[in-house]
Write a protein that binds this ligand. Sequence first.
Ligand SMILES: Nc1ncnc2c1ncn2[C@@H]1O[C@H](COP(=O)(O)OP(=O)(O)OP(=O)(O)O)[C@@H](O)[C@H]1O
Ligand SMILES: [Mg+2]
Length: 331
Amino acid sequence: MGICDPGLLTPAEEATAEQMEYWEKYFIKNVIQYPGRHLLEIGKPESGKTQFLYYCIDNFREYSPDEAILYFDIGKGDEILSILYYGAYLRHEPATIVTLPGCEIDIHGPAGLDLDFVTVARTADVWDYVIPGQITIASFDPFIEEPLVAVEQSALMYHALSHRAHRRQITAPATIIQDEFQNICPAPGYGYAGTGKEAMLQTRSINLIRQNAQKLRAMQLRLMVTIHDWTQLHPGVRSAFEWMVLRRGSRITSSTDRLSDFNGLWRKIQTPYGYLVLPDGTFSSKLKFPHYKEGNKLGYIAYDGVYEPPKPSKKKKSKKKKEEEEEGDEE
Ligand SMILES: Nc1ncnc2c1ncn2[C@@H]1O[C@H](COP(=O)(O)OP(=O)(O)OP(=O)(O)O)[C@@H](O)[C@H]1O
Ligand SMILES: [Mg+2]
């Protein structure tokens, strides 16, 4: 019936129940159960992006139970409670929360939520806690106040990711979920890197992700990320994402991308709706995604503390200075 081909559809209309079933199966088989396939979700604020991440996590646990999931907490309200509730609690599975020294996270969720709390000295050590078939939440962002520290930690973390991935020192298959990815890989002029050093560090993270995206895919390490606007994401990183989900207000601006001809379709869709874009540029019918309980209906989260990165160790005294001091002692 050709529901895979947008040319044969009236894509502005909501998918029929039959089409919805087709696309859901398609998505599960070709993305959820296919390790390493990166996915980019684009949409204006309040267009349902984070809810779609809950939907993916729910599907990972159901249809790809060996996949490890690492979710980066951005500290937005009580969002991580929805993840813990659907990804762990309802399935009677434990979850791991990773924080930094001096940072405390208080999770008031449903009674019986099985959480293991660990502290890592540096964000780069988070990769030790990617656990087969489990959810790990890395709660770093809410504790980092300085932009320089944020970009530095993210550069170090992505450097460690590529270093370890090459050496197969990370559990795979795994999905790394990063909401609001424009803060990690901003297009020129969009990042919050204010100084030359911040910009340099940010460029480093961007280049690492750009260079390694294909290798991560081959090693069954997937990036699943959301952004507000296509133009805010660094152009060199965009091409790593062949699979996309377009929510309200997505605007593809590349002149070579035929998808940009269809921007009108997703410009004004309502929050529950979105389109799945395939690597060949074709896309699904207008899909209606399910609604998950918001975290604030399930409990609350409180954060306390600020992360202070370890000071770089003082340089070793120069040989000459040491000799001078020793001579002084002898006198
Ligand atoms: N499929 C859905 N059905 C009904 N309501 C939904 C659905 N998806 C999202 N919502 C509601 O819409 C609001 C926005 O959803 P969500 O937080 O996922 O959007 P967002 O794109 O992540 O927003 P932001 O960019 O501000 O983070 C929430 O109140 C959520 O409960
Ligand atoms: Mg969101």
